[in-house]
Design a protein around this ligand. Structure first.
Ligand SMILES: *[C@@H]1O[C@H](CO)[C@@H](O)[C@H](O)[C@H]1NC(C)=O
Ligand SMILES: *[C@@H]1O[C@H](CO)[C@@H](O)[C@H](O)[C@H]1NC(C)=O
Length: 306
């Protein structure tokens, strides 16, 4: 057996295993695979062909049985020169692992949607230095703001559209004084004209239970609020104006002194540590994930279809 044949055989073996693994267990953290080659095709050619099929072509079958010839339905794209992907997972599946800005074309955006991909995750919020102001209007949170290569909010409307189909996971990574906390929640979507938050409450046996609960306890089922569109459940206050940033606010303080109910708010003011003693809750806050009072240095919110 010469070297290319050996390599191809190896790739096929790995591929078959990965395809089996993926069909049984498709998760967001899983890193993708080489597409299965057509009969007589090198797997590199298959990868390249795969790139050209996104959005405009039918995705070919990923079922491979016992080294038999792969059955594939291939529709050649009308614009074969432009690689197109339905989402960030497709990009990883195509063998490209480099994080960055890509144009994806999910069914809701046939003409393309520009997003930042980190592995299979579509990043919907990123903050790291406070260079972008997050005290923004309803229209700005709806349409998105900031810079996809830096700090940004992708936009409520885009997230609502994307999550209107399929099943999505929500991942939140928060950094405080040198350590990171990661939370993953399932069944994420936002719905309706007020971008109501839906996500499964975390399971008690999971490591991120406390952190996840601090979001779901307060914000689950809440519509989104901004200073100029007060959708919170507190009839006497405008939490978005008071706490800064747009978020799925319910109450502003949870009652004086009840810090447990101060809402998580990752769009709060950067460089403004929450001051519980002074009842100043403007800062970026993730209850349950962090030591009280410490400042959040960076955070990232991302979604992934499973
Ligand atoms: C959305 O919010 C607006 C104003 O805050 C309110 O008038 C409207 O009824 C809400 N829509 C829904 C569908 O809840
Ligand atoms: C927090 O608020 C209290 C009461 O207003 C004040 O005495 C204290 O200096 C504040 N702490 C910080 C770090 O700003």
């Amino acid at each position: 057996m010469n070297l290319p044949v050996a390599l191809r055989t190896l790739a096929t073996v790995v591929l078959v295993q990965l395809v089996v693994a993926e069909s049984q267990l498709r998760t967001c953290s899983y890193f993708g695979l080489v597409p299965d080659p057509l009969p007589g095709e090198h797997w590199m050619q298959a990868a390249s062909r795969e790139l050209h099929q996104r959005c405009t072509g039918t995705r070919h079958s990923t079922e491979v049985s016992d080294g038999a010839e792969a059955t594939a339905e291939v529709e050649i794209s009308s614009t074969p020169s432009a690689p197109r992907y339905a989402d960030c997972s497709d990009i990883v599946d195509s063998g490209m692992f480099k994080r960055g800005v890509y144009t994806i074309c999910p069914p809701q955006y046939p003409n393309g949607l520009t997003v930042y991909c980190r592995g299979k995750w579509i990043v919907i919020q990123n903050r790291k230095r406070g260079s972008v102001n997050f005290i923004r209007s309803w229209a700005e949170y709806r349409d998105g703001f900031g810079d996809l290569t830096g700090e940004f909010w992708l936009g409520n409307e885009v997230v609502r559209q994307l999550t209107s189909e399929g099943t999505w996971e929500l991942q939140i990574i928060v950094e405080e004084a040198g350590y990171y906390k990661k939370i993953v929640l399932t069944q994420f979507k936002i719905t309706g004209d007020n971008y109501t938050l839906h996500v499964d409450p975390p399971q008690p046996w999971k490591l991120d239970y406390v952190a996840g609960k601090s979001l779901t306890d307060v914000s689950l089922g809440q519509p989104f609020s901004t200073y100029d569109r007060d959708n919170d459940a507190d009839g006497n206050a405008n939490c978005a104006a008071q706490l800064k940033g747009g978020w799925w606010f319910k109450t502003c303080t949870g009652g004086v002194g009840n810090v447990d109910l101060v809402p998580t708010n990752l769009n709060g003011e950067y460089s403004c540590p929450v001051n519980y003693t002074g009842q100043d809750y403007r800062g970026m806050r993730w209850a349950g994930a962090l030591e009280f009072g410490n400042q959040i240095l960076s955070c990232r919110i991302a979604i992934c279809t499973v």
